[in-house]
Design a protein around this ligand. Structure first.
Ligand SMILES: [Zn+2]
Length: 1146
């Protein structure tokens, strides 16, 4: 044989020689040359050979040789090995094998050689390779291939490990199809596989057969893809067996077996329904115009076993990221043209009342300021507002009624304070009656006597709900003055004396004002108890709080503990100790006590699992069965120095910052009474992972996640509060606005709190105006005031995003402050702030939605005036500003982001959206003001928590109904943003590695205001230079900023356990090394103790590059001298990385 002429490559000549049934010797020679060629090069050579019909040539040679009456096994073996090597890299090999009729030939060869280890192994590898095609695998299964192969897998032995491995690998490959899995499960092989695994596990003490054990796990993994397979696995004791074997593997450091075992256990652990009677929220609210609450549960009884086979496949988050680019809006009309307004112009006039700065005459500037300041600032109710107020008579009559009720009750309570305390302490007869100053935390647990908002429980009645036109009740101040009057008679209660002696002096917080505000807050359940932290106030703790280090393998450890719950029920208590819907439930004296019946509270049920472990179930959003994530509850009756494990078992998000250093927050009443009123980050052993719970009734395949954390309380008998994030209630906002209003000097600051509208439940949605009072009533000054550009800020549309409220608190306090930057901002702009767009959601502890079970930040396109009043009127107000030529210069909606670190902005840019989407639209002629980047750029310089690199300006279709996009597109606001603040902390800048506290969140609110200086227009020259320098610009911050590329959401958790069907046991290099080592056995008939050698080889090839010697030709002893010449000639060319006219290039 000589090198082929240029017209056809040497390879093609070899392949055609192979197909032209020649004599044995020339076939052998051809095969040897091919083997030599393929062994020397990289995979590219094999792929080249495949492209030249290599697979077909080998298959046809196999059929020719295999079908002969007395096959030549020397040729056959070589053929099979080459076929395994080549076919393994040929995606079409299964189909090609069927077309060539090679599938059953191979199976037949196997049948005739089951006692012949080497031949059997060669057939098995080829079968494994063929099984990459579903129809081929099914064909083999239908021809008893599964049974033949399964019987080649014996109990533990050290003999023929190669063949056994080949059999298990082939078996596992066949199990990639549903039909084969079904057949195997029907035949009871699940039990056999388990027994096999147990046998190999217990007898393979030298760990020489790890690969076999791993592939057995892989087979189990595949058969349990079906419901029947999982059932068989459980009924055959698979969970206990796997659990026990895994514990041994752990102790012996056999990591490679632990992970697949845990994966299998998690998959097979039986689904447990949440211990609830209904998935629907415990809170329902009848919506106006709708008969009764509309359950959103899809009760279609559709849970056939066939369908649930694939339940691992659906992953909501994946879909989200995959479709991201397709989600970008590329329709230029939708990006650039404003749609028609969603309402007639006449409806906009009503919002003129929300611009009192335009009509106010500032008479008070002429009066002597000091004495009249407070009354003047609150006397803003116009005639129009008086009219509006009288229109909502049901409310005012209710108010009168309550006032008379409360005054009588209040007198009782002030005189009977002591007896109430005594009555309470009867439950603790061993204790003395605590005097006010010695009040213990647990006394606060008697909520009704101490922390009640008002003696009258405020449940809602129909008249308050929707019959008054939404909103526009008028000015807030009128109501609150009355409340304060009532407050005066309250002065001698015990809580007052306690405040006097222990009061926390939290800036901008007055407990009594808080209580007064809370008494007016309307909740679905009629909350009458205050949570202590909200009442008492919170100060950021001194010092920084670093992110919590993640314990190695914490998820695995928690999963094991959960599996133990299933296996070992001896220490399982499983007792409900708290039920939001059953107030009569008495918790056992030994257990923790839970409570969540207060504003923003969210805990539906607590189940004591073990002595110091509790499952917590969160309440779905009102009128809904979904969106559980936010929690806030009280816990008491604890023992100090005991680690309590809490498992929030019905979280819905697929990943969480809890896996990346975030901790929940805790507030201790005792610590507060000792002068440390702090929400602090707390908890160890924190982990967030997919669990085995499923909805109580819901037939949809919802997946739940567990947030687990362990808390060791510092004090016995304390009362503590635990929350997802720093709570910020609606009442806190109301009280805060009141404090701010009192704090400003009206000659400097024009501050107005008005009502945008009423919420569905009848709570007012405040809108605040802040600007500088004019220096005089001169026309020039008033003209300047009335021509200031507007800045509109909104927040907390998503109730679970309490971080947004803390940022807003920082914004409000800064804008009301005497800081010179604040002063010039007030002189430059009129601020219109709607701090809480979703009061009802916040009050009732929902996570995402309003009472209409809608995400309000998806309602902006066409908000319903009745069902989404706050959005309807916020948008109406923006339209109004538009109509009077005062389109806001900046709009920003404050949010929290649960899966990212830092604080960042989303904006809107046509050009960036089109570029990112790869749209064909020519953007050259498109003009776009790049000013939307000014604020993010400034923030990157001045705000330490801010990350410019996390910002983007893309307009997504799925976000087309959000505030940011609608305000940008419909109102033409260039700088329209969503501000996202992390729940966790920062991974850049001076806060890197720290969790954010309320101090940092408030600072962000302040910095956002400061950044607005960068968009002042005519004032720029006057103010910018001097003021930017007065902003405490730490240059270190600049240097700390990392400018790496755009970061996406956190990567999957380091420890994430996938439910993938891919089995790591079946890797390509393993197959190659198996083939090579099988062939290098010089005498195929010699059966010895292969154990040690195989183990050595396995260790050698484990994930390593193969040694050149291993990759060399398969049958060195069979190469005849005649072919060696040719080979060396060819090899020469090969080494030059070139073979036959450049056809083979490596
Ligand atoms: Zn949000």
């Amino acid at each position: 044989m000589t090198a082929p002429p240029t017209s056809s490559s040497g390879l093609e000549v070899l392949l055609s020689a192979l197909q032209n049934d020649g004599d044995v010797e020339s076939t052998l020679n051809t095969l040897n040359i091919l083997d030599e060629l393929l062994s020397a090069g990289t995979d590219r050579r094999i792929h080249y050979m495949i492209s030249k019909g290599g697979s077909e040539a080998l298959l046809s040679a196999l059929v020719n040789t295999g079908c002969s009456f007395c096959p030549n096994y020397t040729v056959l073996l070589l053929l099979l090995h080459l076929l395994a090597k080549v076919g393994h890299r040929d995606r079409g090999i299964g189909r090609k094998a069927q077309d060539a009729g090679a599938v059953l030939v191979t199976l037949n060869l196997l049948k005739h050689n089951i006692t012949h280890a080497k031949r059997a192994a060669a057939c098995l590898w080829v079968i494994q390779v063929f099984s990459s095609s579903v129809s081929t695998a099914n064909l083999i299964g239908a021809n008893h291939g599964l049974d033949i192969i399964f019987h080649l897998i014996p109990q533990y032995t050290t003999k023929h490990l190669h063949t056994i491995r080949a059999a298990i690998n082939a078996f596992a490959a066949l199990l990639s199809t549903k039909a084969n899995v079904r057949s195997v499960v029907c035949k009871g092989y699940v039990s056999s596989l388990l027994r096999l695994y147990e046998d190999w596990h217990s007898k393979d003490t030298q760990h020489v057969a790890i690969a076999i054990r791993l592939t057995l796990l892989c087979c189990l993994q595949k058969v349990t893809h079906s419901t029947a397979g999982r059932q068989a696995f459980i009924s055959q004791g698979g969970i206990r067996l796997l659990y026990q074997t895994t514990q041994t593997c752990l102790s012996k450091g056999l990591e490679s077996l632990v992970e697949p075992s845990v994966q299998l256990l998690r998959k097979c652990l039986p689904k447990t329904r949440l211990p609830l009677t209904s998935d629907q929220s415990a809170y329902t609210f009848p919506l106006p115009g709708r008969p009764g609450a509309v359950p959103d549960v899809d009760l279609a009884p559709d849970d056939s076993s066939e369908e649930s086979d694939d339940d691992e496949a659906e992953e909501n988050e994946e879909a989200e990221s995959r479709d991201y680019d397709e989600d970008l809006e590329t329709d230029l009309n939708k990006l650039r043209l404003r749609p028609d307004p969603d309402r007639p112009k006449e409806l906009l006039l009503q919002y003129s009342r929300l611009c009192p700065e335009l009509s106010h005459d500032f008479e008070e500037l002429d009066l002597s300021s000091a004495s009249s300041s407070s009354s003047s600032s609150s006397s803003s109710s116009s005639d129009e507002e008086a009219v509006l107020l009288s229109r909502v008579s049901p409310c005012s009559s209710r108010r009168d009624r309550r006032r008379s009720d409360s005054s009588s009750n209040l007198s009782t309570s002030s005189s009977g304070c002591h007896s109430e305390i005594e009555g309470h302490s009867e439950r603790h007869t061993e204790e003395h009656t605590p005097a006010a100053a010695q009040l213990k935390p647990r006394d606060f647990h008697s909520h009704s006597s101490i922390l009640s908002t008002s003696p009258v429980s405020r449940t809602m009645t129909g008249e308050q709900r929707g019959d008054a036109p939404p909103g526009l009740r008028g000015d807030e101040q009128v109501d609150e003055e009355e409340e304060e009057g009532a407050e005066e008679s309250h002065h001698c209660t015990m809580i007052d004396r306690l405040l006097e002696s222990h009061g926390a002096c939290v800036p901008h917080h007055e407990p009594k004002l808080y209580r007064a505000a809370a008494a007016r807050t309307r909740s679905i359940p009629g909350f009458s108890i205050l949570a202590f932290p909200d009442f008492w106030g919170h100060l950021p703790p001194p010092g920084h709080e670093p992110m919590a280090p993640r314990k190695p393998n914490i998820q695995r450890q928690k999963v094991f503990e959960d599996i133990q719950r299933f296996l070992n029920t001896d220490d399982i208590i499983n007792q409900v100790v708290f039920d939001l819907e059953d107030s009569s439930l008495q918790s056992p004296s030994e257990s923790l006590r839970f409570f969540s019946n207060f504003e923003c509270g969210n805990l539906r049920k607590a189940v004591q699992v073990r002595r110091y472990e509790y499952d917590l179930i969160l309440n779905a959003d009102a009128n809904s069965s979904q969106h559980t994530q936010w929690f806030y509850f009280e816990v008491s009756n604890m023992v100090t120095d005991v680690p309590y494990r809490f498992n929030v078992i019905n979280c819905e998000k697929s990943n969480s910052q809890f896996n990346y250093g975030m901790q929940p927050v805790l507030y201790s009443v005792r610590e507060a009474l000792e002068g440390r009123p702090h929400w602090v980050r707390t908890g160890t052993e924190i982990c967030y992972f997919r669990n085995h719970f499923c909805p109580a009734q819901d037939r949809r395949r919802t997946t739940f996640y567990t947030l687990t954390f362990t808390v060791t309380f510092r004090h016995n008998e304390d009362v503590c509060y635990l929350a997802y994030h720093y709570p910020y209630t609606y009442s806190a906002l109301k009280a805060h606005l009141k404090v701010l209003q009192k704090s400003v000097d009206p000659s400097q600051v024009f501050f107005r709190q008005q009502i945008l509208c009423g919420s569905l439940a009848g709570n007012s949605c405040p809108v605040v105006t802040i600007t500088a009072s004019p220096t005089s009533r001169a026309w020039k000054d008033l003209h300047q005031l009335r021509n200031r550009p507007y800045i509109v800020l909104t927040g907390r549309v998503h109730p679970g995003e309490s971080n947004a409220s803390w940022v807003m608190k920082g914004t409000l306090e800064f804008l009301c402050s005497s800081d010179p930057v604040a002063q010039s901002l007030r002189e430059a702009f009129v601020f219109k702030i709607i701090p809480m767009l979703n009061p009802d959601g916040v009050i009732n502890g929902t996570n995402r939605c309003d009472l209409n079970s809608e995400d309000l930040n998806r309602q902006w396109c066409k908000p319903d005036p009745v069902l989404s009043p706050t959005i309807y009127h916020a948008k109406g107000f923006l339209y109004y500003l538009n109509s009077i030529g005062q389109t806001p210069l900046v709009f920003c909606d404050y949010h929290g982001h649960s899966r990212k670190k830092n604080v960042f902005l989303y904006g809107c840019s046509v050009k960036e959206t089109l570029w990112q989407s790869g749209s064909a639209v020519n953007t050259v002629g498109l003009k776009e003001d790049p000013g939307y980047r000014t604020i993010p750029k400034t923030l990157d310089r001045i705000a330490p928590a801010f990350s410019f690199n996390s910002c983007n300006y893309l307009v997504e279709k799925s976000r087309s109904a959000t505030a940011r996009v609608v305000v940008w597109r419909e109102m033409g606001v260039l700088r329209s943003y969503t501000m996202e603040s992390t729940y966790n902390g920062c991974d850049q800048g001076i806060y890197k590695g720290l969790q954010t506290g309320t101090r940092e969140l408030q600072e962000m609110g302040m910095k956002f205001c400061q950044s607005l200086l960068s968009v002042t227009k005519d004032m720029k020259a006057v103010y910018s230079r001097s003021l930017i320098s007065s902003i405490n610009l730490d240059h270190n911050i600049l240097d700390h900023k990392s400018h790496n590329c755009f970061e996406d959401d956190e990567p999957p958790c380091v420890e994430e356990i996938e439910y993938s069907s891919d089995c790591p046991a079946l890797k390509g290099c393993d197959l190659d090394s198996d083939i090579n080592s099988n062939m290098s056995d010089s005498d195929e008939e010699e059966y010895g103790d292969e154990g040690h050698r195989v183990a050595k080889q396995q260790r050698g090839s484990m994930g390593q590059l193969q040694q050149p010697s291993l990759k060399s030709h398969l049958l060195p002893h069979l190469i005849r001298p005649a072919s060696t010449d040719t080979l060396s000639e060819m090899k020469h060319t090969c080494n030059g990385r070139n073979f036959s006219n450049g056809h083979l290039t490596s």
